[in-house]
Design a protein around this ligand. Structure first.
Ligand code: GLC
Ligand code: MG
Length: 677
């Protein structure tokens, strides 16, 4: 038997009473002697020699351990351990496989749009700034908002309120410094808030260094923009028009050619067929990701590429004189929007953002802006495909049409436009305003501001709130001399100034927008004395209080956050739907009156609903807590109800064609967990 070398117990006495093992271990010892010693050992006699018990020589251990009374339990233990490990691995894999995805930060709270110029002016120059946002971070926390989208603050000559960028890596002094930005971002992160930046890839300012090098024919930069030969005295190489009106081409005297601008002539379109341009823009995205921004709103993306052949676009009215084609509505934009290659660009940027999304909790979010109107399929393309991701969601602009017809059926139709066309498994989103569109409280009327906010906060998906909507701010009247917006200078009715007035924080001077001087870049709405944050914080029945309540409810209730959304009823006044989660008894019924008259809604045919219902929250405070029969739910025009009820009968299995869910999940009350089902 080959025992080899071993370390011996220093207290062990050799059979013949020799010294300690330490003394007697001798590597020169003849092989036979060591072997015979071991073999001659009588196990029982040897026990008496153990000093102490531990440290048995290897040969003894082997001798005893092979006995059945040791071997069998040992083997049992061993196989038990193997079995336990396998069970644990199987359990872990099952739990992972069965767990639905955790919602990401951009899903759990509304996105709040800060129009920087108008949010809060910290230094009194009349224009909102980065420090101003920092002063108001509590407002977001007060409203349970985690995601804040800030309009552009890049260095810019401000021909289009900063959407004309002169330097993508610098902050405009009007808004502060790079240090102000870094401090704001750090402060926001400290408070658990996320910052989404505007990214404007389609064009630069005509003051951008690249454009100056391009127009002077620098070999590297000459193709950074879209240039073509044209006649300097009649510069219209084709019939393309700018979104802001008139030809999309301007003759440049320096280069002696025309350049393309789908927006202002001071906003030349970049040429994304040039790989250097693509790289420049990706580098800029990386620059801000490295600074720690949490996401981008990709602006005007459908305009990113144009057909290289530069052919005329077909006229909407073929009989119209070609010279009079001057508005974007005059043409079918077959060659200037949604061109092949556009989605590859967005996917490249998404891939760059994904590199920065790997750290836990640092997911970088992308939302895209594309007005495709009735071509909803084009909008849905921005979600990407199951294999290649793009935006987390494209903005859903359908509810901007809500004021066209305030009725329950109309609102259902607009909601359905999105829900029925959204690719399976994707996440919806809703908005009713932004810096480009009239304020909803003005276009729909104050009567409907509460019901609209309630709609947004209880539909499935992420709502976006344009600053001031949480208090029901309205458009201002802007005179010609006060006009700031270039779109308004082309056409007063297209001016976007009315919806960009200073935020109404309080009843103080300048509505608390700035308290240092009496200057504001646009006038404050005269209704600020009653419609302001401070006053509404004091009033439990205010638009603000309702927003705050619903935002908190949305965040705390699984059914509202990620449950089923099912249509229940729609008529000339009322739109009604419910939110439920399989396995969870608590569900919510929404009854929203968008009509012009009061209504009594009979939901007695909905057998999954209990007969007795109780109002959790009404837009009319006096109805909070009211008990109702499902056969007669009364609402005033513009009133809406959140009804919380308890049930073990779910609606969705019986009406699958009326229900949607982004990712199906079930609640297991015994363990208080969600699982895929
Ligand atoms: C985006 C902005 C809009 C701007 C346009 C051109 O669509 O939302 O305000 O005018 O881009 O840059
Ligand atoms: Mg373009």
């Amino acid at each position: 038997m080959e025992l080899g070398e071993c370390t011996r117990n220093p207290g062990y006495q050799d059979v013949d009473g020799g010294g300690s093992a330490a003394d007697t271990v001798n590597h020169e010892e003849p092989e036979e002697r060591r072997d015979t010693t071991a073999l001659k050992l009588d196990a029982d006699a040897e026990y008496t020699q153990m000093k102490p018990y531990a440290g048995m020589p290897k040969e003894l251990v082997l001798l005893h351990s092979s006995k059945a009374r040791y071997r069998v339990p040992r083997e049992i233990m061993f196989w038990l351990m193997v079995a336990c490990t396998l069970v644990m691995v199987a359990l872990t894999v099952t739990v992972i496989a069965l767990s639905p995805q955790c919602l990401k930060w951009w899903q759990v709270s509304p996105v709040y749009q800060v129009y920087l110029r108008s949010f809060r002016d910290s230094d009194g120059d009349g224009v909102g700034d980065l420090k101003g946002i920092q002063e108001q971070l509590d407002h977001f926390q007060y409203l349970n908002i985690k995601s804040v989208w800030v309009s552009p603050f890049y260095h810019s000559p401000m021909r289009d309120s900063g959407y004309d960028v002169e330097d993508f890596r610098a902050i405009h002094p009007l808004f502060g410094t790079m240090q102000d930005f870094e401090e704001l971002l750090a402060q926001m992160h400290n408070k658990g808030l996320k910052l989404i930046m505007d990214f404007i890839p389609n064009h630069t300012s005509d003051r951008h260094r690249w454009f100056n090098l391009s127009r002077t024919g620098d070999p590297h930069y000459k193709d950074y923009y879209v240039w073509t030969d044209c006649n300097g005295s009649a510069p219209r190489p084709n019939n393309w028009v700018s979104v802001f009106g008139k030809s999309a081409w301007t003759y440049d005297e320096v280069r002696g050619q025309c350049y393309l601008h789908q927006f202002l002539k001071e906003q030349p379109d970049l040429n994304f067929r040039n790989p250097h341009v693509r790289k420049e823009m990706t580098d800029i995205i990386r620059f801000w990701l490295e600074k720690g921004v949490d996401g981008f709103r990709m602006g005007a993306v459908k305009h990113l590429m144009e057909a290289a052949h530069l052919r005329d676009e077909p006229q909407v009215d073929p009989n119209k004189a070609p010279e009079s084609v001057a508005s974007e509505w005059d043409l079918h934009h077959d060659y200037t929007t949604s061109q092949l290659g556009l989605h590859d660009l967005l996917r490249e940027w998404r891939a760059e953002m994904d590199v920065f999304s790997r750290e836990p909790g640092r997911y970088r979010f992308m939302v895209s802006e594309s007005y495709d109107y009735h071509e909803v399929d084009k909008t849905m393309m921005y979600y990407g495909t199951p294999l290649v991701k793009e935006s987390d969601f494209p903005f859903n602009f359908h509810l901007l049409d809500l004021p066209q017809n305030t009725s329950g059926s109309w609102v259902k139709h607009l909601v359905q436009l999105w829900m029925a066309n959204m690719p399976r498994g994707q996440w919806a989103n809703w908005l009713v305003g932004n810096h480009d569109k009239p304020r909803i409280a003005s276009s729909a009327g104050q009567t409907y501001i509460r019901v609209i906010n309630m709609l947004l906060l209880t539909l499935p998906g992420t709502p976006t709130t344009y600053y001031g909507e949480e208090i029901g701010m309205e458009n201002i009247n802007v005179t010609d001399s006060q006009t700031q917006d270039p779109a308004g200078k082309y056409n007063a009715s297209a001016s976007r100034d009315p919806q960009r007035s200073p935020m109404q924080w309080s009843g103080d001077m300048n509505a608390g927008f700035n308290n240092k001087t009496n200057i504001t870049w646009l006038p404050v709405h005269p209704n600020y004395t009653s419609i302001n944050v401070e006053a509404q914080r004091e009033d439990e029945g205010s638009v603000l209080a309702q927003y705050r309540f619903l935002s908190a409810l949305r965040q705390s209730e699984l059914a509202l956050q990620r449950g089923w959304f099912c249509y229940v009823h729609a008529d000339a006044s009322v739109f009604s739907y419910l939110r439920e989660l399989d396995g969870l008894n608590r569900a919510f019924l929404m009854v929203l009156n968008f009509g012009k008259e009061s209504a009594v809604t009979d939901l007695s045919s909905v057998r999954e609903l209990p007969d007795q219902l109780k109002v959790l929250k009404s837009t009319n405070q006096v109805n909070d807590g009211k008990a109702l029969q499902k056969s007669g739910i009364p609402t005033e025009a513009g009133e809406s109800l959140v009804i919380q009820y308890s049930t073990s009968t779910r609606f969705n299995p019986n009406h699958p064609e009326q229900c949607y869910v982004s990712e199906k999940a079930c609640y297991l009350s015994a363990m208080d967990i969600l699982y895929k089902c």
